[in-house]
Ligand binder design. Structure first.
Ligand code: SAM
Length: 259
């Protein structure tokens, strides 16, 4: 999948069923998400993320945050509750139109379209915090790696990036491995969360669990090797303190403090 394909998909999603395209809860299909409930999931996620960083001993200045792949601004608006300003970046014009429509924070919450594989429109060292969830997984690994390098460029010294990346093996679309992987990542994972009493849609339950399990840099090698992206090289080039943990075959969150 190229970036153009990703953009095309999300342009259509943003016009047809934008909230469902972000959180695909079965009973919310066909524009049935209750917007208040939907945005509450974002507040819960960001609160969990902040707690996660606190447990890792990472202090974050509460000036300016960037939300990469912001969709309709579910997390960008939640970041505005914690930070002075938040900027949401998305590849899709229709998603950004929706984000602007739902924005309750006025100028403190800004949304921008970015269709390239860099973040050249954002200045060096201009953010205290970078966050991204369920977005980098849609881009080709080469583009994701470039975005991650950009996260470090736009962060102030001492800033923090917390982002999710796919940590499972890469399979060619259409092959059996890809189909099995999709079942594991989708229905099986939700089932697994359900029987453990978790909401299948609360992605940050994983953050809580990871932080309890480990925050060891050693875990980085595993998830980086499996994602077949040069994250290890990026991490050692950009970071003094990689905190990485993994969760089953699901996404992997990483918090980095740049040099
Ligand atoms: C599943 S939605 C998640 C939205 C948001 N992160 C959230 O959790 O509420 C994925 C979003 O990532 C955006 N996206 C995918 N690839 C992107 C890229 N290369 N650059 C910017 N946005 C991207 C899509 O347009 C879509 O709005």
């Amino acid at each position: 999948m190229t970036l153009k394909d990703v953009q095309k998909t999300y342009e259509a999603n943003g016009k047809e069923d934008p909230l469902y395209a972000v959180l695909s809860r079965k009973d919310a299909k066909d524009n049935k998400w209750d917007a208040d409930e939907f945005f509450a999931t974002g507040r819960e996620e960001i609160a969990d993320a902040m707690n996660h960083l606190a447990r890792l001993g990472l202090e974050v200045n509460k000036g300016r945050a960037m939300d990469f792949g912001c969709g309709v601004g579910r997390l960008t608006q939640a970041l505005c509750e914690e930070f002075g300003e938040a900027v949401g970046i998305d590849i899709s014009y229709s998603m950004i139109e929706n984000a602007e429509k739902y924005n309750k924070f006025g100028d403190r919450c800004e949304f921008r379209v970015n269709t390239t594989d860099d973040l050249a429109q954002l200045d060096d060292a201009s953010f205290d915090f970078v966050y991204s969830n369920i977005s980098l997984q849609h881009s080709p690994p080469e583009a994701s790696s470039k975005y991650i390098a950009e996260f470090f460029r736009i962060l102030q010294p001492g800033g923090v990036a917390l982002f999710q990346i796919p940590s499972g093996p890469r399979h060619e679309p259409g092959l059996l491995g890809a189909k099995i992987y999709a079942i594991k990542r989708g229905p099986l994972r939700r089932f697994w969360k359900r029987i453990r009493g978790m909401s299948p849609w609360k992605s940050t339950t994983s953050i809580n669990r990871w932080s309890k399990r480990s925050s060891k840099p050693a875990a980085a090698a595993l998830s980086m090797r499996r994602s077949k992206a040069p994250f290890a090289a990026l991490a050692s080039a950009c970071c003094t303190a990689p905190f990485v943990s993994d969760f089953w075959d699901g996404p992997c969150f990483q918090a980095f403090v740049p040099n």
